[in-house]
Design a protein around this ligand. Sequence first.
Ligand code: BT5
Length: 265
Amino acid sequence: MLSKEEIEKGLHTQWAGRNMICLESTDSTNVQVKHLAQRGAAHGTVVVAESQSAGRGRLGRKWESPAGSNLYFSLLLRENIVPQKASMLTLVMGLALQEAIEQVCGIETKIKWPNDIVLDGRKIAGILTEMYFKEDNSAYVIIGTGVNVKAQDFVPQLENKAAFLENTCKEPVSREALLAKILECFEGKVALFIKTMDFSLLRQSYNEVLVNCGREVRVLDPAGEYTGTAQGINEEGELLVRRPDGTVEKVYAGEVSVRGVYGYV
Ligand code: BT5
């Protein structure tokens, strides 16, 4: 079982995870944080679970969440929420994950815009950001993150799609230390984000670890699919994609997925 004590021992944050709830199993940690938020839970509340029976991905997709080997957690944000900018928080969490994985496991992962962390072309972590409005029209945001740590009893259909930290790291990964580091990295990065309410201060480091940069991508836009070359993100966190005719599209993270032309990355 994940140990709350261990997580808190390694936690060097001011607010992220200062209210931490560890569950053995749940439907979805995002759903649990939403219930807590409705009852007034504090900014920075985290719910972490050993397993999820209804782990969610984006656009109604599923997140496989077997017990005992991975990280599934959600973080509640109630302060400094600007609804039009909320989707950028996914990118902030992506950067935090990339950095924390490197610091704790010594593994260099990449970000696949907007919400995947990849290792050797396979998905090692995913992020689901959801926003809700209260009756007074103020908003809160829930950032849910799943990180694959150990390939144990995993679903066969993800065999060629999913990556696991321990397959590369070789040594056992402390999920407690990793979660504490992710929250610390997130707190630092979100402070930079809030300073300008855009990616001015984070864009360069983001583009350095963006797997899409310079690659041919297929943009799955509900308004119509197209292909082009990804150029990196701009200060609004949009992915710049140059079409064959030279025009540059700004892809907004909301409802869009991006795939490699020849595969997932
Ligand atoms: C995501 O969606 O990547 C967001 C995943 C967020 C999961 C966390 S866990 C804690 C919190 N509580 C929740 O209920 N959710 C959040 P998306 O980009 O739509 O990717 C989903 C797709 O990834 C699926 O359709 C599968 O193809 C693949 N997939 C599912 N489970 C996976 C896993 N464990 N590892 C790698 N790929 C997976």
